[in-house]
Design a protein around this ligand. Structure first.
Ligand SMILES: C[S@@+](CC[C@H](N)C(=O)[O-])C[C@H]1O[C@@H](n2cnc3c(N)ncnc32)[C@H](O)[C@@H]1O
Length: 382
């Protein structure tokens, strides 16, 4: 039980006691406050009955194609006896299940080596993942962790780190031409924005990886994403070899310099998008597009190799081309089943669907750059 019945009351209490809070703190509470935040409450947020769809909600072929890519990565790493696949922010565990099941069915060598480690901050989602993956957990093929540090203790020398829409769910700062946005409460109890001079860290981020907002413009600064990349690099660097695959919607600095992707903060509630993060705290997802230029810089500064950034469409076409997307149609018996699955695949791949909104960033460590470049998923970058 929480002391406050609504998240609005809880946030108001914090602001009344501590003064205005940085936007990132507000966003963090909206999404993750125990018992009250959007991802912490016991309700469905994914899929048709929830608030938004991710690629794994569309069809298992997404996980199956990525499984094919992970198998290839395992081979590039020399087919080690064990490989840990760490998934960040696995949501309701659909992707993990699709990968584990497909590995067992199609890639026996990889499946025997695979130890799937889910890293999830929401206690409620961890519970759901444990239920969904119960038979994989029971035999030690999957394990569920509340933090990366906890998963790390178990990891061996070969590693793949995967995240689908993980970085877009991390709290961001918002900056306007007047400064950094803080959230305050006015006399009538409404949340209102006030601005203060931005911290040197935020100013540096904007100068290096973003653009300065002009009058009436807003930009996001994702310091939490940078910390995550550094943490992941620290996990890989000392003794380990492996890959990272991060799929998310996002942009590069060049696109921002061309005037695009400013003010990308959005909310989703029952499949309706809105730009207002104050409308329904805890009831709506809040998300911001990912700055891939900043993530790449954090990765390279931490000693990782940036193998490529490409669209989801290019990634999936690259992986599926050789087998003519047989992974999609494997269990379809009837022509109408095939037709339905082909439409779902099309949605994942075409620009009108999810194919060009989402990008995949692939990083490697301890792998020859040419070997990384030869991965089928990266064939469109060659
Ligand atoms: C947008 S959802 C994506 C879920 C899933 N990957 C998918 O594609 O359906 C973001 C996920 O990241 C999790 N998450 C956010 N911050 C986290 C953190 N610091 N550590 C672990 N998981 C986190 C959320 O609880 C949620 O499961």
């Amino acid at each position: 039980m929480t002391e406050f019945s609504t998240l609005r009351e809880r946030i108001t209490d914090v602001i009344r006691r501590e003064g205005p809070i940085p936007f990132s703190r507000y966003m963090e509470m909206c999404l993750y406050e125990p018992g009250l935040g959007f991802y912490a409450r016991e309700r469905e947020v994914f899929g048709k009955a929830g608030d938004f769809y991710t690629s794994s909600d569309v069809h298992a072929v997404y996980g199956r194609l990525l499984c094919r890519q992970f198998d290839e990565m395992w081979r590039v790493l020399g087919e080690p006896e064990t490989i840990d696949l760490v998934e960040l922010g696995p949501g309701r565990g659909l992707f993990a299940l699709d990968v584990l099941d497909w590995a067992a069915k199609k890639f026996s060598g990889f499946a025997a080596a695979l130890r799937y480690r889910l890293v999830e901050t929401s206690e409620y989602l961890r519970k759901r993942q444990a239920e969904r993956l119960s038979h994989h957990v029971a035999v030690g093929r999957a394990s569920i962790h509340a933090s990366l540090a906890n998963a790390e203790e178990k990891c061996g020398a070969a590693l793949i780190v995967f995240g689908n829409e993980f970085f877009d769910a991390l709290p961001v700062e918002v900056v306007t031409a007047k400064g950094q946005v803080y959230v305050d409460v006015d006399a009538s109890g409404r949340f209102v924005e006030v601005t203060r001079a931005e911290t040197p860290e935020i100013a540096e981020f904007i100068d290096r990886y973003g653009v300065r907002p002009e009058e009436d413009q807003r930009v996001e600064v994702a310091l939490a994403g940078q910390s995550w990349v550094r943490e992941i690099a620290a996990l890989l660097k000392p003794m380990r070899r492996g890959f990272c695959v991060f799929v998310d919607y996002g942009y590069t600095r060049n696109e921002q310099l061309a005037g695009r992707h400013l003010d990308t903060l959005m909310t989703y509630r029952q499949h309706e998008a809105s730009p207002d993060p104050y409308a329904a705290p805890g009831e709506q997802d809040i998300t911001a597009h990912v700055n891939f230029t900043a993530l790449r810089a954090a990765a390279e500064q931490s000693g990782m190799h940036h193998a490529g950034l490409l669209t989801q469409s290019q990634l999936l076409l690259g992986i599926g081309e050789k087998t003519q997307f047989g992974d999609a149609l494997d269990e379809c018996r009837l022509p109408q089943e095939r037709a339905k699955v082909l439409l779902q695949l099309k949605h994942l791949v075409t620009p009108a669907g999810m194919g060009e909104i989402f990008h995949a960033m692939i990083l490697s460590h301890g792998v020859a750059p040419e070997a990384a470049l030869n991965l089928s998923g990266l064939s469109f970058t060659r």
